[in-house]
Design a protein around this ligand. Structure first.
Ligand code: LLP
Length: 434
C-alpha cells in the first residue's frame, strides 16, 4: 500500500478528515501534505514489536520538518542524526538529546563539540581517527560519551547503487578485518565508553535476509570482543524496512522482522538500536501538484505540472517510482500514457515517465504518492523556485508546519556587491589591495 492516511471519499482524495482539493485551494500548489496518525502508528509498530531492550532512533534525514520531529518526540522516539543542523532541529522540536545517535562519515570538530555539549546518547564513529578525535574533544569538555564503531559488513544489499552502503568499497564504516584491531587499541580510552557495534547496509532493502547476514556478522564480532573482556552492550543495525511504492507491492512486515530479530538476539544480552526513516514517514506523505498544460510532441504525451525535480528529486536521481493519482476522480475516464514533467529546464525533470494514468486536464490536481520520506528534505531552489509548504494533518485539523518560501526567501543572505569587493585582506591589513 503506497499511501497511509489517504483515501477517496465520494471520488475526492482525503488526508485523514481533510479534503485535499480544499487544502490545495487554501494553500496553493505544489504542497507537501503529511498524515500524522500513520507516522505515529508506524513508530509504534516498531516500538511494540522489537525485542527488548531496544532503542528506536528515527532517522531525521528522511523528513526533518519540526512538525514531524515534534510528533515523534512526543511519541517517545529517539533520533538518528548526521549533522549539527539535524541535532539543532531535534532540540528545537523538543527531542531528548540523550536519545540521539550521531552517525556520519565526516563529523567536524564543531559538530562533535556541539553534540558533546548537548550530551547526546551515542556517537557512531566511522573511523579510528574520528574515535580518537572524539576522545580528545570529550576530554577537553570533560564528557565521557557512549560510542560504537560502525563496521562495514561487506554485504551486497539489492537496492539502488546510490543508497547501498554495506560493501567494503563504500565510504562508510571500517572493514570487519580492521574492526577488532581498533577495539583492541582503543578499548580503554579515557573519555569514550566504546560499548557498541553499529552498521547500516543501505536503504529500501526488500530482502530482509541481507539485514540478518549483517546482524550475524556484527553479533559474532560483538560476542568475540566480549569474550576478550570488552564491555560491548549494544548493536545498532542502522535503517529500517523498505516500503511499497506501488499498489501491487507489499513491503516487509515489521512484525516478521521484529520476531526474526528477537530470535537472532535471544540470550545474547545485547540492546538493539534501530534507525528507521523511510518506513516511518514515506507512505504518510503526498506531494500535491496542479496540471498546468497538456501537450503532445515528438509522438509523446506530456502532462506538465507545477511541481518539479527541485521539489521531489527521487524520480530523477534514483529512477524511483511514485504513484500519481487524481485528487478528484471521475469514473469511466479515458486513460493516457504520458510523461509527467515539471517546469525546470532539464530533460531529467520528470515525476513519471511513460505512465499509464488518467487523461487529466489543465487545472486538475494530482497527488504524487509516497513522498513523505526523502521528499522535501532533498528539495532545492534550483531555477529559483521557492520551496513548497509542508502541511501536517491530524484528523480534521491541519497545520502549515513550514510556510511556502517567498521570492525574498530566495535571496536571503545574498547581496549584489559593489564594484570593489570588500573585506579582502592584504598585508597592510587595510582591506584594500595595493
Ligand atoms: N541510518 C543510517 C546510518 C543511514 O545512512 C540511513 C539512510 C538510515 C539510518 C535510514 O534508512 P531508512 O530507514 O530510511 O531506509 N535519499 C535516498 C535514501 C538515502 C538513505 C540514506 N541513509 C532515497 O530517497 O531513497
Amino acid at each position: 500500500m503506497p499511501r497511509l492516511g489517504f483515501e477517496y471519499r465520494q471520488q475526492r482524495l482525503y488526508c485523514e478528515e481533510v479534503s485535499l482539493d480544499d487544502l490545495a485551494r487554501d494553500l496553493g500548489t505544489p504542497c507537501y501534505v503529511y498524515a500524522a496518525s500513520p507516522i505515529v502508528a508506524n513508530y509504534r509498530a516498531y516500538s511494540g514489536a522489537l525485542p527488548r531492550p531496544h532503542e528506536i532512533h528515527y532517522s531525521v534525514k528522511a523528513n526533518s520538518s519540526l512538525g514531524v520531529l515534534g510528533l515523534l518526540a512526543r511519541a517517545g522516539s529517539g533520533f538518528d542524526i548526521v549533522s549539527g543542523g539535524e541535532l539543532f532541529r531535534v532540540l528545537q522540536a523538543g527531542g531528548d538529546a540523550s536519545k540521539v545517535v550521531f552517525s556520519g562519515v565526516g563529523k567536524t570538530v564543531e559538530e562533535i563539540e556541539y553534540a558533546l555539549r548537548a550530551k547526546i546518547g551515542v556517537f557512531n564513529c566511522e573511523s579510528e581517527a574520528e574515535l580518537l578525535l572524539l576522545n580528545q574533544l570529550a576530554r577537553r569538555l570533560d564528557e565521557r560519551p557512549r560510542a560504537a564503531l560502525r563496521v562495514n559488513p561487506d554485504i551486497d544489499a539489492e537496492t539502488h547503487p546510490y543508497i547501498a552502503t554495506g560493501l567494503r568499497e563504500h565510504k562508510f564504516g571500517v572493514e570487519m578485518e580492521q574492526a577488532e584491531g581498533i577495539y583492541e587499541r582503543h578499548a580503554a580510552l579515557s573519555h569514550v565508553r566504546l560499548e557498541g557495534v553499529s552498521c547500516h547496509i543501505g536503504s529500501q532493502i526488500f530482502d530482509t535476509g541481507a539485514f540478518f547476514e549483517a546482524l550475524d556478522k556484527v553479533i559474532a564480532l560483538a560476542l568475540g570482543l566480549r569474550k576478550r573482556g570488552f564491555n560491548i552492550r549494544y548493536l545498532d543495525l542502522g535503517g529500517g524496512l523498505a516500503v511499497a511504492y506501488r499498489e501491487q507491492d507489499a513491503g516487509p512486515s515489521v512484525g516478521d522482522y521484529a520476531s526474526a530479530l528477537a530470535d537472532a538476539l535471544e540470550g545474547k544480552d545485547l540492546t538493539l538500536l534501530l534507525e528507521p526513516g523511510r518506513s516511518i514517514v514515506a507512505q504518510a506523505g503526498v506531494l500535491l501538484t496542479r496540471v498546468l498544460y497538456r501537450k503532445r510532441t515528438g509522438g509523446k504525451e506530456f502532462v506538465i505540472v507545477d511541481a518539479a525535480m527541485n521539489d521531489l528529486i527521487r524520480p530523477a536521481l534514483y529512477q524511483s517510482y511514485h504513484e500519481i493519482i487524481p485528487v478528484v476522480r471521475s469514473s469511466g475516464r479515458a486513460m493516457v500514457r504520458a510523461d509527467v514533467v515539471g517546469p525546470v529546464c532539464e530533460t531529467g525533470d520528470f515525476l513519471a515517465r511513460d505512465r499509464e494514468m488518467d487523461d487529466v486536464e489543465p487545472g486538475e490536481l494530482l497527488a504524487v504518492s509516497t513522498a513523505g520520506a526523502y521528499g522535501f528534505v532533498l528539495s532545492s531552489n534550483y531555477n529559483s523556485r521557492p520551496r513548497p509548504p509542508e502541511v501536517l494533518v491530524e484528523k480534521d485539523r491541519f497545520q502549515v508546519i513550514r510556510e511556502r518560501e517567498t521570492y525574498e526567501d530566495l535571496i536571503r543572505g545574498e547581496r549584489v556587491g559593489e564594484n570593489k569587493p570588500t573585506g579582502k585582506r592584504n598585508k597592510a591589513g587595510d582591506g584594500e589591495e595595493s
